[in-house]
Write a protein that binds this ligand. Structure first.
Ligand SMILES: Nc1ncnc2c1ncn2[C@@H]1O[C@H](COP(=O)(O)OP(=O)(O)OP(=O)(O)O)[C@@H](O)[C@H]1O
Ligand SMILES: [Zn+2]
Length: 651
């Protein structure tokens, strides 16, 4: 139940796509829709009559010039010129047709069927004894223009709206009309990057390297005069939150040049060919603004090694053509064009080698997680805008945050301010910072979570087991505090202060396994039974033991071999790089390692059972205990402590 530091990936920079003036589109569509409506309205001004009226007012008066039967369902009645009066139609169209008589049809009449209509006509003719045949009748087929057009337009309209909507959802704001355009955000003269090297802390070496780029952008002649070539592409490599984006922005801010920023994932869309055309567009825009900087964040989204699982993923084609386009563009501009491409990635080892070749991204700058001194410097940058009281000691805070990235530190500073504000304090104090650190490391305290007294006891002994084991083993990171207040998803937690080491010995690994199993061992010693609370611990132990055996060559039987894959190409797990026997051996040795560590820990805790009980009781009483409490119970943690366990030969 140890807390794990959460790494949050920041959202890609929001894009600001230029919109096609949609209003025109709607005007055109509206116009097309309106036309048939007008027609319909004009047409509907022809009066409709029934048979009785027709017979009485028209037929019997001999006013019919001709009849047209349309589609077997209605009759258009044309009157003799003498009988035409000014209809609505004629009035409406007066400006168009002048004083000419309305050409008709003058009336419409719906009929059941042609036969019945003709029968009625015959009967009327007989009755009134006039020749039916003197009335010319034509038969025509007409499609209703209005519904005809609507019938055509609606499916298109629906398709269009669906596509547009779907596209926006996928493309995050761009529209159908600009999907080949790059969505890069541009910071230029009106909208400059205001970040300077002043805001970047603890990246001295990287800063030195990028300063050269700033100098070139400010004064290119000084370099070109001597025939020097400036790198076209610089790739920034480092874990998340180490300030890659920040550094790139600072370069733009210092050099005072336009800065195009885009995330690699923005190139890749669901439509084939979009990525490549976006790359083309981006470079076209960039070349118009030279000197300038193009910053591609998360370049691994397009630049991943091309051979990777090529057979299994169709999306590869699209990514590959995007990558090819990027390579072409980078080859296309000369070293002195004044476009410098900065790219950032968390993993340079996964990038396509073609990207890293000279003439492309030939300069690599590695950013690492900040060390103690660097963290202090980063804290200094981020507290500038905060109102602090005089309890703040930056060195102390830096010491409390090993393994934290610059982004984590920025987050802590903000979180501390929020915590202080919630407490309605005037100034932010040390306690607020410590709370903020805890919160970021282990999640929010959940005091309201209901835990029965029996469970609380198990949790207390579990955490006491971790605390005691790590206290007694001298190669484990020093313990700072233990808590049984539920936080985030864990029920209890022990905080350690990782020492900043570049190398860890086998002994350190083994002792770490023991400390991690301390919780479960304590449960077994005290309650004679284990609980499900050690899931997290077991997961860690398994992973670590596997790393020891299969990666670090710590196991004699498996030998000095490593099955680690630094290129990340085996991620998909299609093929194991070792034989089945070796696989079995690895499994066996991992199990043995974990079992032995558990037995060792149990022995250690049994020998110190009186301390275990005291620590657990204190935990139950206070919920949170600190290093000082442990010192009072067990005595100072010392390398030469009598009861320290020699964990050297575990396997
Ligand atoms: N060296 C640093 N000095 C000062 N602030 C930093 C530093 N590193 C990171 N930060 C802070 O963290 C924030 C995020 O960092 P940034 O976006 O540059 O990280 P990144 O390395 O690009 O991360 P990602 O890989 O997730 O894109 C910055 O805006 C800044 O506030
Ligand atoms: Zn645990």
């Amino acid at each position: 139940m140890q807390p794990d530091k959460k790494k949050e990936k920041k959202a890609p920079t929001p894009s600001s796509p230029k919109r096609f003036p949609l209003i025109w589109l709607w005007l055109v569509i509206g116009g097309i829709l309106l036309l048939p409506l007008l027609y319909k309205w004009a047409g509907s001004s022809v009066q409709e009559i029934n048979w009785i009226e027709f017979e009485a007012k028209i037929l019997n008066k001999g006013a019919v010039e001709k009849l047209t039967i349309v589609n077997q369902d209605y009759v258009e009645i044309y009157l003799k010129p003498a009988f035409i009066s000014d209809t609505t139609f004629a009035k409406a169209f007066k400006p168009l047709i002048g004083n000419k008589p309305n050409p008709g049809p003058h009336y419409l009449m719906t009929i059941g069927s042609i036969e019945s209509f003709e029968r009625k006509l015959d009967a009327a003719a007989e009755q009134k004894s006039f020749e039916k045949r003197i009335i010319p009748i034509t038969y025509v087929k007409k499609t209703d223009v209005f519904w005809g057009i609507i019938g055509w337009i609606i499916p298109f309209l629906v398709l269009f709206i669906v596509l547009q909507y779907g596209y926006r959802k996928n493309a995050g704001g761009s529209s159908l009309f600009n999907f080949g355009k790059s969505t890069a955000t541009l910071l230029d003269k009106e909208n400059k990057s205001t970040i300077t090297f002043d805001e970047v802390a603890g990246l001295d070496e990287a800063e030195l390297e990028v300063k050269e780029i700033v100098d070139f952008l400010k004064n290119p002649e000084a370099f070109t005069r001597l025939g020097a070539k400036i790198p076209k592409g610089v790739i920034l490599v480092g874990p998340p939150g180490t300030g890659k984006t920040l550094l790139a922005k600072a370069v733009a801010g210092e050099a005072q040049v336009p800065f195009f920023s885009i995330s690699g994932s923005e190139f890749v869309e669901m439509y084939v060919g979009v990525g490549a055309s976006r790359v083309r567009d981006l470079f076209k825009k960039a070349k118009e603004k030279t000197p300038c900087i193009v910053f591609i964040d998360e370049i691994d989204a397009i630049g991943r090694s091309r051979s990777r699982n090529a057979f299994f993923s169709g999306a590869n084609d699209e990514r590959e053509s995007t990558l090819n386009q990027l390579l072409t563009e980078m080859d296309g501009f000369g070293t002195n064009t004044g476009v410098i491409v900065l790219a950032a990635t968390n993993r340079a080892d996964m990038l396509d080698p073609a990207l890293l070749r000279p003439g492309r991204f030939d300069r690599h700058i590695y950013l690492e997680l900040p060390n103690l001194k660097e963290r202090e410097a980063i804290f200094k940058v981020h507290i500038r805008s905060l109102v602090l009281d005089d309890t703040i000691d930056l060195h102390f805070l830096a010491a409390q945050t090993p393994g934290f990235s610059g982004a984590d530190i920025a987050n802590i500073c903000n979180e501390a301010a929020l915590i202080a504000a919630r407490k309605k304090k005037e100034q932010i104090g040390k306690a607020d910072f410590l709370d903020a650190i805890d919160r970021i490391v282990a999640g929010l305290e959940r005091k309201s979570k209901i835990i029965s007294p029996a469970e609380k006891k198990i949790i207390a002994y579990h955490e006491a087991g971790h605390a005691l084991a790590s206290w007694l083993l001298c190669n484990v990171d020093p313990l700072i505090k233990v808590s049984i207040i539920p936080r985030g998803k864990s029920l209890g937690a022990a905080w350690y202060l990782p020492e900043e080491k570049n190398l860890r010995t086998r002994t350190a690994f083994q002792e770490h396994l023991c400390a991690t199993l301390g919780g479960r061992a304590a449960e077994e010693i005290i309650f004679g039974e284990v609980s499900s609370g050690a899931l997290d611990d077991l997961e860690k132990v398994t992973k670590e033991a596997y790393m020891m055996v299969a990666y670090y060559g710590f196991n004699e039987k498996v030998g000095n071999v490593s099955f680690y894959d630094s290129s990340g190409q085996r991620d998909a797990g299609f093929q194991k790089p070792y034989s089945e026997e070796t696989g079995k051996l690895i499994d066996e040795e991992v199990r043995k390692l974990a079992d032995n560590a558990y037995q060792q820990t149990k022995t250690l805790l049994l020998q110190n059972k009186q301390y275990l009980i005291k620590v657990a009781e204190l935990l139950l009483q206070k919920e949170v205990i600190f290093k000082e409490d442990l010192e009072r119970i067990i005595g100072r943690r010392h390398i030469d402590n009598e009861s320290r366990l020699e964990v050297t030969e575990l396997v």
